[in-house]
Design a binder for this molecule. Structure first.
Ligand code: PMT
Length: 222
């Protein structure tokens, strides 16, 4: 490892899922365990970055980073990011932000009184896109979780959200993605790409952190 590669760099990393309450006991969420994001936060810190990790609910022990912020919903994650983004040089969005939330969560437990239940959902803000659109913006790294057309959809996210680098992973298959100990990534940036084959998420995170550091330094002119 090259411990000083990101010395003095202030990094903001999101990880894990968000939970969107339907009522006081139920929520809409997703399968993110936080493994990939926690491993990446730790790998960036190992390269010398000062990492603030903003994470949704997970069962994992917290990684060794400079600062932790725990949140539950996408709106809380959004507020936690926006409160800190002006003081960061590098933003890494590993979180699986739940894209929609119930428009009006019930104040008390929903009773089984009808055969069918319709819940109105409203869009959550796109944290990554909003951070990338800031001027000045930090160096932004996004993830793309896709079940199909991995590289095409990821390249589209890179352009549409205006991020500097995107790490695409296949989800919903038999290997890698959510919850598992291993993952594989196709990393894309304007004018380049690199395949990181299936490996343990800790090792993968170290390889990705090195690539991020390389692109960050090229971008910063050093
Ligand atoms: O946590 P694990 O179990 O280890 O699983 C890891 C992972 C599969 C969750 C991770 O590797 C991953 O792919 N994270 C991104 C999941 C995701 O929500 O992807 P997306 O393609 O829907 O979103 C694209 C990007 O926009 C992501 O960087 C996401 O953090 C960001 N986003 C999305 C929606 C939103 N409202 N705000 C965002 O910032």
């Amino acid at each position: 490892v090259l411990p000083g590669l990101l010395a003095g760099v202030r990094a903001l990393v999101t990880a894990g899922p968000t939970r969107e309450p339907l009522d006081p006991v139920r929520f809409i969420g997703n399968r993110s365990s936080g493994r990939m994001g926690f491993a990446l936060a730790e790998a960036l810190e190992e390269l010398g970055a000062m990492v603030t990790l903003i994470a949704g609910p997970t069962l994992l022990p917290l990684p060794c980073v400079t600062k932790h912020v725990q949140i539950e919903t996408a709106l809380e994650m959004y507020k936690a990011v926006m409160a800190r983004v002006a003081e960061c040089d590098l933003f890494v969005a590993t979180a699986a932000v739940t894209d929609y939330r119930p428009a009006a969560p019930a104040p008390t437990k929903i009773k089984k009184e009808t055969e069918a239940l319709t819940v109105e959902l409203v869009r959550n803000p796109d944290i990554l896109a909003e951070v990338a659109a800031r001027r000045p913006a930090p160096f932004t790294v996004g993830f793309a979780a896709e079940t199909d057309h991995l590289e095409d959809y990821a390249r589209d996210k890179l352009e549409r959200k205006g991020v500097d680098l995107i790490a695409a992973n296949q989800v919903g298959g038999l290997v890698g993605g959510f919850e598992r100990a291993e993952n594989a990534l196709t990393v894309l940036w304007r004018g380049g790409r690199k395949e990181l084959p299936l490996m343990d998420k800790h090792r993968l995170a170290r390889e990705l952190a090195l690539l991020i550091a390389e692109r960050y330094r090229a971008h910063a002119g050093g």
